[in-house]
Design a protein around this ligand. Structure first.
Ligand SMILES: [Mn+2]
Length: 368
C-alpha cells in the first residue's frame, strides 16, 4: 500500500468511489428549519444566470470553503459564479481552487466587469455591510443573498438572508443547500465543506453540547473527504515568518491580577520586519486562551485603521458583550473589534479591564 500521507491530494478521493456512502436513508437529516432556509435559497436562485460570491475581509476557511463549494453547486444549476473578495484569497486555502480559477481580485477590471454583468451577490459567512469592504461599492446595484451563521449585527446587508446561528460554520448551511439540491458532491464541494467545518470549529473542538457538525463530517468522509490529507494541507504548510512573529509576540504575554484574563500583543516592529500578513496570525489568540485558569483571551494588533482585537472565551465565559462595548461584535465565544483613534496601550488597558469586569457580572460565570 502506498503511503497516503505523502500522496498528493489530487491522487486521493473524492474522485475515488465513496467508502460506504450510498444509502440516502442512512444520512442524518438536516434540521427542518435549515432545509426550509436552503429551499428558499434555491428558489431565489431560479432565473439567476451569473453570481458574485463574496465573504468578509480577511476571508477564513469557512468563507472560502463555502465559496469553492458554491461555485460547483451553482454551476450544476446552470449558474456561473466568480469569487470576488474584499481582500486577497488566502494562500493557505489556494489548494482548494480547481484548475479553472474562479477568483477575480477586487480592484481589477475583470472583477468590476463581472460584478456589472451579474444578477445577484451571494454573501457567505457575514451579513454585515461593513465586513464586505470594497466589494460593497462593486455590488450595491445587485440584489443580495446572505448565507450566514453570525448574529445579524448593526448594519445588516439588505436582501434575502438564510441565517442560522445554531450552525458552527456557514459550511453547515451550504451543506444543507447541497443536500436540498441533491449535490453534485464534487471534490470542490466535499473538500470545501470539510475545510469550512474544520477551520470554524477549531478542528472540531468548538461544538457546544450537540452533535453539531459531526454528522456532516461523517457524511463528507463517506463522500470522499480525507481528514488526514486535508488537515496537512491546511495546518502543515505555514510560512516560517509566522513562527518568528509568534516568538516575538509571546514576550508580551500578560495576565490580569485575578488571572482569568490573558492577552498578547503583536509587536508592530516585528510585524513590519518580518513582512507578515493577517493570515499569519491564525491561532495566536489560542495561546493566551490555553493557559490554566484563563477564561478570556485577547490578542491586540495595530493596523492602519486603529487597534484590532480578537477576543475568545473559555467555558461559560463570553466575550461578545465586551466586543460590543468597543463597537465590535461576533459570537459569545469568539468576537472581534477594531478601535480607531486610540493608542494601543490605552485600548489594551481599557479592554482587558472591561473583560475582567464582565467576568465579574455574574459570579461563577467563566468557570468550566
Ligand atoms: Mn464562519
Amino acid at each position: 500500500m502506498t503511503d497516503l500521507r505523502t500522496d498528493d491530494l489530487s491522487a486521493a478521493a473524492p474522485s475515488t468511489p465513496p467508502l460506504s456512502f450510498g444509502n440516502p436513508e442512512e444520512l442524518t437529516p438536516v434540521p427542518a428549519h435549515r432545509s426550509a432556509g436552503a429551499r428558499a435559497v434555491l428558489e431565489r436562485l431560479e432565473d439567476v444566470g451569473r453570481v458574485v460570491l463574496t465573504t468578509h475581509v480577511n476571508a477564513d476557511g469557512d468563507g472560502v470553503g463555502c465559496q469553492v463549494a458554491l461555485v460547483d453547486l451553482l454551476e450544476a444549476r446552470g449558474i456561473q459564479a466568480r469569487i470576488v473578495n474584499p481582500t486577497r484569497f488566502p494562500d493557505q486555502f489556494r489548494f482548494l481552487l480547481p484548475d479553472e480559477d474562479p477568483v477575480l481580485e477586487a480592484g481589477t477590471e475583470a472583477a468590476a466587469q463581472w460584478c456589472m454583468g451579474a444578477d445577484l451577490c451571494l454573501v457567505v459567512d457575514t451579513g454585515e455591510v461593513t465586513r464586505i469592504g470594497r466589494v460593497r461599492p462593486l455590488t450595491d446595484q445587485l440584489p443580495y443573498l446572505v448565507v450566514d451563521h453570525h448574529p445579524e449585527g448593526d448594519r445588516p446587508i439588505e436582501g434575502f438572508a438564510f441565517r442560522d446561528e445554531s450552525a458552527a460554520a456557514a459550511g453547515e448551511l451550504v451543506h444543507a443547500l447541497a443536500r436540498e439540491a441533491d449535490g453534485p458532491w464534487t471534490r470542490s464541494v466535499v473538500e470545501g465543506l470539510w475545510v469550512a467545518l474544520l477551520t470554524d470549529t477549531g478542528s472540531f473542538r468548538f461544538c457546544n453540547n450537540t452533535a453539531g457538525p459531526h454528522p456532516i463530517a461523517a457524511e463528507l468522509v463517506d463522500r470522499g473527504a480525507r481528514p488526514d490529507l486535508l488537515h496537512d494541507r491546511v495546518y502543515g504548510a505555514f510560512p516560517e515568518r509566522r513562527f518568528r512573529l509568534l516568538a516575538r509576540s509571546l514576550d508580551t504575554l500578560s495576565r490580569s491580577p485575578c488571572g482569568r484574563v490573558a492577552w498578547m500583543t503583536v509587536p508592530p516592529d516585528a510585524w513590519d520586519e518580518l513582512d507578515c500578513r493577517a493570515p499569519d496570525l491564525e491561532g495566536f489568540v489560542d495561546i493566551p486562551r490555553s493557559i490554566e485558569g484563563v477564561r478570556v483571551a485577547l490578542l491586540f494588533r495595530e493596523v492602519p485603521e486603529g487597534v484590532k482585537v480578537s477576543l475568545r472565551a473559555n467555558g461559560d465565559a463570553r466575550v461578545d458583550r465586551v466586543a460590543r462595548k468597543f463597537e465590535g461584535g461576533g459570537h459569545p465565544k469568539a468576537s472581534g473589534a477594531l478601535v480607531p483613534g486610540r493608542p494601543l496601550e490605552e485600548v489594551r488597558a481599557a479592554m482587558s479591564q472591561a473583560a475582567v469586569e464582565d467576568l465579574g457580572r455574574d459570579p461563577g460565570a467563566g468557570e468550566r
